[in-house]
Design a protein around this ligand. Structure first.
Ligand SMILES: Nc1ncnc2c1ncn2[C@@H]1O[C@H](COP(=O)(O)OP(=O)(O)O)[C@@H](O)[C@H]1O
Ligand SMILES: N[C@@H](CC(=O)OP(=O)(O)O)C(=O)O
Length: 391
């Protein structure tokens, strides 16, 4: 499958582990027939948030345990390998004072989400009769001591991957829980969506032929496909454009993951049906990407790959040779009841303009007030509390 004999890192996001576990396991099982495979798993979707609450004293351990037990039962996995882990988590919660900081304690608690997923994946592969070994990420991924947002030390991590190489040589699949690293005996985390970062770091350290990022959507789109039904799939995308989009707030990948990946093909696919949609390398299609984020009380919409957004006063710039245009909206100053802006992007200079993408960004209250003066009314339409502007 793919190219026989390749070393592949395959990462499954939290939604895939929680909702498409069987497809994920069978995909890995199939890949491993002819390839060396390293599997990186995220915590089940929602678990990291629940653990953050738990660490801050608000959460409920029993709920987290029963959520996992339900998952374990639904997939007919043996309960035994998990029991000690739930006990260990309870024990950590009682030892808060032994950690050098609140952040170090929180990272220790968060590490259990990915660790439990790692055990689940390992047990599921064993049940298929596949030879597999689970690795402790805090022993492999060497990081800085910035708890909550640690950076990986690639040189040190490359020294630590020998046990993984040994396992691969022995014909085993290596399972490495994502998002978690280690610093001076403490567990660290790599920032939200950090499992992508684990995957590309391992791709580099093991000189993998490709890193596959498997999720609930089949690739990278011109805008968030969860919000924008007309967003278009981008088949070929460059590392630099993906990096700029991630930095501008696109939720699809951890920005730190992209730079590490340079030189290794990054392939985005959907776990369900094993559908691959985007290959990231040095070349890019000309489609723009729209990303948005809220920074303090300002909402930012960035269009990457364009020099202007006609009809709007934008800040423009260029990074890594790629132009971008950015619109900032001070959400606090706005006062109407509108809470979304829909932004229609059409291809211009063509006889019949085609819709490329539509951004629907929640902007806090009052977008209409902010944009009324700037909008080309002839090009857009307002209905049902939505405002469209053509760019
Ligand atoms: N431009 C984009 N292209 C693809 N996905 C995007 C984009 N922007 C945001 N996303 C979101 O990223 C999410 C990634 O899928 P998901 O399986 O939830 O990832 P993970 O489980 O790794 O967090 C999707 O829900 C998708 O809506
Ligand atoms: N579980 C972590 C790390 C991660 O990468 O998750 P996901 O792959 O679901 O984005 C988080 O929620 O941030």
């Amino acid at each position: 499958m793919l190219y026989p004999g390749w070393t592949l890192v395959v990462k499954f996001g939290g939604t895939s582990v929680r909702d498409d576990f069987r497809d994920a396991v069978s995909f890995v099982s199939r890949l491993s027939d002819e390839n060396e495979v390293i599997v990186v798993v995220s915590a089940l979707k929602g678990v990291t948030d629940a653990l953050i609450d738990l660490a801050s004293g608000k959460g409920n351990l029993a709920e987290i345990v029963s959520f996992h037990i339900d998952f374990i039962r639904r997939h007919n996995l043996p309960l035994e390998p998990f029991r000690g882990v739930f006990e260990e988590l309870k024990d950590v919660l009682g030892r808060r004072d032994e950690f050098p900081s609140e952040e170090a304690f929180r990272d220790q608690v968060l590490s259990f989400g990915e660790w439990i997923s790692g055990i689940a994946f390992t047990e599921a592969l064993k049940r298929e009769g596949i030879s597999v070994e689970l690795f402790e990420p805090w022993e492999i991924i060497a990081t800085t001591g910035d708890f909550g947002n640690a950076r990986v030390n690639i040189v040190e991590t490359s020294r630590r991957v020998f046990p993984l190489k040994r396992a691969l040589r022995e014909g085993k699949i290596a399972v490495v829980p994502g998002f978690v690293g280690g610093f001076k005996g403490y567990r660290t985390t790599l920032g939200r969506n950090g499992s992508d970062y684990t995957a590309t770091v391992l791709g580099k350290a093991l000189d993998a032929k490709a890193v596959l990022i498997m999720r609930e959507v089949d690739g990278i789109y011109t805008a968030d496909p969860g919000r924008v039904p007309s967003a278009r799939l981008i088949p070929f995308l460059s590392y630099d454009k993906l990096y700029l989009a991630a930095k501008a707030g696109m939720r699809a990948i951890h920005p730190g993951a992209v730079d590490v990946a340079k030189g290794t093909p990054l392939i985005f696919g959907r776990t369900r049906d094993w559908n691959v949609g985007t290959v990231v390398g040095y070349e890019s299609s000309s489609l723009p990407i729209i990303a948005h984020r809220v920074v303090g009380d300002t909402a930012e919409i960035t269009v990457i790959g364009t020099t202007e957004v006609p009809g709007f006063e934008t800040e423009t710039g260029s990074e890594r040779g790629i132009p971008w245009a950015r619109l900032r909206v001070p959400t606090a100053r706005l006062g109407s009841t509108l809470n979304r802006i829909h932004w229609l992007i059409v291809e211009r200079n063509t006889p019949r303009p085609r819709t490329l993408s539509l951004l629907s960004a929640p902007m806090g209250e009052g977008c209409l007030t902010a944009f009324r003066g700037d909008v080309d009314e002839g090009a857009g339409s307002r209905n049902g509390g939505q405002l469209w502007a053509r760019i």
